[in-house]
Design a protein around this ligand. Structure first.
Ligand code: LIP
Length: 272
């Protein structure tokens, strides 16, 4: 497999991802400390992008271009760049949790995944504020600080702590609020951390028992989704659909069914 742009084994791709994500996280951390500048809005007035989101994405795309010439990069801010042809595609969220970044809440991360022939085989999520780092390779497990992750041992939904998130569009939020109202009495409690990549990693280590959200983009969940799956969680959409913009649910097998069925009953994948 070597000889393309460089090695394409999951371990080799993870090595590249971790090195580049650490440098990118340092840039995000430094730029936050200096000042939040050039804040613009995207899909709605509350969907913000800062100069740091863009600078970090350019830094990662440039680094990959040097190390892995010709491989394509799908990033949140600049979309599909590098126009690569190889088997490898990189999927990047330069700062997942941009609203947290704006407010200085320490829950924002660089999320970088490598896909080979359409399958995510390596991923890293690095919290730029705290330095927390989660990694995974396909078939190689999910790790944090050398500790293999195995998810939560919870067995009933009513005892489960569930993380979730809300979109930037008011109509979508209204629907998500209605789903939450129907769910909240059925679970232990809810947590809203504000960064899907980190939510998925916290579920992988059992710091929450499960996570679900409607409206995610590939860059929000490519790396974190692999971390969760390699920790033994089921990561999918509803009714057999793959995880995607309609819905992503990540939960240990013991509670996945109950959470899934409740979300179906509440039409969680519906609405705007
Ligand atoms: C964020 C996600 C989060 C979601 C937010 C937003 P961003 O991504 O990580 O889970 O609830 O609405 O989509 O915009 O910070 O990259």
């Amino acid at each position: 497999m070597a000889g393309e742009q460089g090695g394409t084994t999951p371990a080799e791709l993870l090595g590249v991802a971790v090195r580049i994500a650490r440098e990118a996280a340092e840039t995000a951390r430094r730029m936050r400390a200096e000042a939040i500048t050039d804040v613009e809005t995207k899909s709605t007035d509350t969907d913000v992008v800062t100069a740091a989101d863009k600078a970090v994405e350019r830094q990662v795309v440039d680094a990959l271009g040097r190390e892995r010439p010709g491989e394509s990069v799908l990033g949140e801010e600049y979309g599909d760049s590098a126009g690569g042809t190889g088997r490898v595609r990189w999927i990047l969220d330069p700062i997942d949790g941009t609203v947290n970044y704006l407010y200085g809440l320490p829950q924002y991360a660089v999320s970088l995944a490598a896909e080979v022939d359409g399958t995510v085989v390596a991923g890293v999520v690095r919290n730029a504020a705290t330095g927390d780092e989660w990694t995974a390779t396909l078939g190689g497990g999910a790790w944090r600080d050398g500790r293999r992750l195995g998810g939560s041992a919870r067995t009933t939904l009513d005892q489960s702590l569930i993380a979730t998130g809300f979109g930037y569009d008011a109509a979508r939020r209204r629907h998500q609020g209605a789903v939450l109202a129907g769910l909240i009495a059925e679970v232990r409690d809810i947590r809203r951390f504000g960064a899907a990549a980190i939510d998925l990693c916290l579920a992988a280590e059992g710091a929450v028992d499960a996570y679900f959200e409607k409206g995610l983009n590939p860059w929000d969940h490519a790396a974190g989704g692999l971390v969760a799956a390699e920790a033994g969680l089921r990561v999918s959409g509803l009714d057999g659909a793959p995880a995607g913009p309609d819905m992503l649910v990540a939960a240990p097998p013991a509670i996945f069914g109950a959470l899934h069925d409740l979300l179906v009953r509440l039409d969680a994948a519906g609405g705007a």
